[in-house]
Each structure stands twice: as structure tokens, then as C-alpha cells.
Design a protein around this ligand. Structure first.
Ligand SMILES: Cc1cc2nc3c(=O)[nH]c(=O)nc-3n(C[C@H](O)[C@H](O)[C@H](O)COP(=O)(O)O)c2cc1C
Length: 177
């Protein structure tokens, strides 16, 4: 039986919640990417990496790049990414193009719906969110589509799109390895 490690990077808890559930469903061990070292996961056959999406990037994905040549490249790897725009395939595709380059090219990635609370958004992230809102056309009625309006609403007022049943295909894929 394969030994499965689920490594997650979560800033506000959404990715952690999914990671816990995935680990539970596949009988894997859970590791926080902030604390894990390669030696902790070197004996695992399958590495599931989960990160929140921030400005298109999957948080902590450097973990895979950094440890690739230490032996990670010989393991089976699955990635999941949590965000508030993943209900649109073009956003998922864009995220794949940004994150899965060079050695990570072609890694399977599953997208899960996240949550965002503006009241908990501080510092640089708050500035980034304000800037992004401007960029996607807040206040510019001409440039707006139904999709951008819904996104602006999520970014301005927050949203909770979490759906634990969304892990189904990921769990099946891990079990099928
Ligand atoms: C500054 C900032 C940028 C974000 N950028 C994106 C993004 O590019 N795409 C997306 O789908 N979600 C984006 N989100 C939403 C987060 O991915 C979402 O809140 C997710 O649930 C966070 O996971 P975590 O709680 O595990 O950190 C962003 C959130 C913040 C605060």
C-alpha cells in the first residue's frame, strides 16, 4: 500500500481544511508546508501538495521545485489549488500556465473552491486586492461582464464557496495511483 503525504500551505485556513479532509479520505499523513522538511516526507510514495491561490500563484509551490532533485521527482505527485475564481476553466488554465513550468510541467492539478473574508485581509494582501479590483474594472461599467461583476462582488464583499464534496475527483485520482 502506498504511503501518502498531504502537504499544505494555507494562509487563512481554507486549504488546510481541504487538506485535512483529503488526508482523512486517502489515509494520508498531514504536513504543514511551513514546517515540513524533505527528510520528513522522503519515505512517502505519493505527495499531495495543496496551496491557496494568491494573484495566480499557488502558495508555497516552491516546496516542489526546491525538493525536486532531492528525490521528489521519483514520487507520484498530485497538486490541488484553492481559490475563489476556479469555477471558470480559463482561470484554472491560467493558473496552470503560471505555476506548472519547467520541472513542474504536466503535474496534475485539481482546483477547489475557496473562501475570502475582506475583514481578515491585511497588509500587502489588502493592497493587492485593492489593486486587482481596480485592474479588473471596478467602477468601469463598460468593461464589465457577468463574470467580472461576480468576481468583483466576491472580492469586495467576500464569499464562502467551500464545498468538501469537490475533493471527490482528487481523492479518486489519488486512490487510483
Ligand atoms: C491578495 C489575494 C489574492 C488572491 N488571488 C486569487 C487568485 O488569483 N485567484 C483565486 O482564485 N483566488 C484568489 N484569492 C482567494 C484565495 O485563493 C482564497 O481566499 C483561498 O480560499 C485562500 O486559501 P487559504 O485560506 O488556504 O489561504 C486571493 C486572495 C487574496 C487575499
Amino acid at each position: 500500500m502506498s504511503k501518502i503525504a498531504v502537504v499544505y500551505y494555507s494562509k487563512h485556513g481554507t486549504t488546510e481544511e481541504y487538506a485535512r479532509k483529503v488526508a482523512e479520505e486517502v489515509g494520508g499523513d498531514l504536513f504543514d508546508a511551513h514546517k515540513v522538511k524533505y527528510k520528513d516526507i522522503k519515505d512517502y510514495d505519493v505527495i499531495v501538495y495543496g496551496g491557496g491561490i494568491y494573484s495566480g500563484g499557488i502558495k508555497g509551490i516552491e516546496f516542489l521545485k526546491k525538493n525536486w532533485n532531492k528525490g521528489l521527482c521519483e514520487k507520484k505527485i498530485m497538486v490541488f489549488a484553492v481559490g475563489i475564481t476556479v469555477d471558470h476553466e480559463e482561470n484554472c488554465q491560467q493558473c496552470r500556465e503560471i505555476n506548472f513550468v519547467k520541472r513542474l510541467e504536466g503535474l496534475p492539478c485539481y482546483f477547489l473552491p475557496g473562501a475570502y473574508d475582506p475583514a481578515k485581509n491585511t497588509g500587502v494582501d489588502k493592497q493587492i486586492m485593492g489593486f486587482t479590483l481596480k485592474l479588473i474594472g471596478e467602477g468601469d461599467a463598460k468593461g464589465q461582464t457577468a463574470e467580472s461583476n461576480s468576481l468583483i462582488d466576491r472580492m469586495r464583499n467576500g464569499c464562502d464557496l467551500r464545498d468538501m464534496s469537490a475533493i471527490g475527483p482528487l481523492v479518486e485520482a489519488i486512490k487510483a495511483l
